[in-house]
Design a protein around this ligand. Structure first.
Ligand SMILES: NC(=O)c1ccc[n+]([C@@H]2O[C@H](COP(=O)([O-])OP(=O)(O)OC[C@H]3O[C@@H](n4cnc5c(N)ncnc54)[C@H](O)[C@@H]3O)[C@@H](O)[C@H]2O)c1
Length: 295
């Protein structure tokens, strides 16, 4: 898909962060939008920003949808069909996610499953619900947001990250396998896998808000956004550029690219102290991501 003019894009988790910036960039490029989120106030703000930046006559809708709940996803799809008067979409950005840190050994099972279900089943349910509408378009593209935690299952020493990492690995495996499935059954539909490094978004703040999680301090939410090496607007541009170029593998940020190289260079050592120290010395990991940084 070389440009997004007159295309209909679905974006999950469009309330803040990369989802919001994807929506704004697509609006500027002449796309119609169907946005969803669980935090309505943020999504209403995103919609207003998009309407202000878009050309006249574009159709933009906002929907309350919890992507971890299949009924909610199907209701979103059905409302979109009616409100956009269409049987097809061109772009599906499976972007919604939360980033809880919770132990599998003795942490809250409810929080573990909420994290996994949002990050994995969100992608799965939306892909199921919207696949027929992507196939019905003359060209389609599904963009699944994983993470560097889709190939490296850690946010540093002493931090439990099984729910998020397993979900993001699942998103990566699904997306890679889907390429061949689509090549056989719907070759006009492409897939891209997005693996961001540290991006300045509301992810930590939103996760605290949505889950009532107490393990992390609220000030970290602001710092996570403020001190990231890549902004969410820059991330959105990198993602859309990757989609235009039909890249299946979109690493977002220099930190993500370097981590990918280092893990490939030394897979066996990837969870050792020496590896982690190298990440710090090269600035790939910072103390915001890992408060227990080596001194
Ligand atoms: N920010 C980073 O450093 C980073 C790094 C790697 C991957 N990611 C991934 O990028 C994606 C976008 O996150 P972001 O960083 O822009 O954070 P964000 O919190 O700003 O945006 C995520 C959005 O998803 C929404 N959301 C959460 N649960 C939902 C649900 N059940 N249903 C619908 N919407 C829901 C949130 O309300 C929020 O608006 C996520 O999948 C995240 O895991 C982020």
């Amino acid at each position: 898909m070389k440009n997004f003019n007159n295309k209909l894009a679905v974006i999950t988790g469009a309330g803040t962060g990369m989802g919001r910036e994807l929506a704004r960039a697509l609006a500027r490029e002449g796309a119609d939008l169907a946005l969803c989120d669980v935090i309505d106030a943020n999504m209403v703000e995103t919609l207003a920003l998009c309407e202000a930046e878009a050309a006249q006559g574009r159709r933009m809708t906002a929907h309350h949808c919890d992507v971890s709940n299949e009924d909610s996803v199907e209701a979103f799809r059905d409302a979109l069909r009616v409100q956009h008067k269409t049987d097809h979409i061109h772009l599906l950005f499976n972007n919604a996610g939360i980033g809880s840190v919770v132990s599998f050994v003795n942490g809250s099972r409810a929080l573990w499953e909420r994290t996994f279900n949002t990050c994995w089943f969100g992608v799965y349910y939306c892909s199921r619900a919207f696949m027929p509408m992507l196939v019905a378009a003359d060209e389609g593209h599904i963009i699944n947001t994983s993470s560097v935690n889709g190939f490296w299952a850690s946010v540093g020493k002493g931090r439990e990250h099984t729910a998020y990492s397993s979900a993001k690995f699942a998103v990566k495996g699904f997306s890679e396998a889907l390429m061949e499935d689509l090549a056989v059954h719907a070759p006009h539909v492409k897939v891209s896998l997005v693996m961001p490094g540290h991006i300045g978004t509301r992810m930590v703040a939103n996760t605290i808000k949505l889950t009532g999680e107490v393990q992390v301090d609220e000030a970290l939410g602001d710092a996570f956004e403020q001190f990231a090496p890549t902004t969410s607007a820059q991330a959105a541009e990198i993602i859309l550029d990757g989609v235009r170029k039909e890249r299946w593998r979109i690493l977002v940020g220099e930190d993500a690219k370097r981590l990918d190289e280092l893990v490939r260079e030394d897979p066996e050592g990837a969870y050792s102290d020496a590896f982690r120290e190298r990440l710090f010395s090269e600035g790939v990991l910072n103390t915001l991501i890992e408060p227990n940084a080596p001194s």
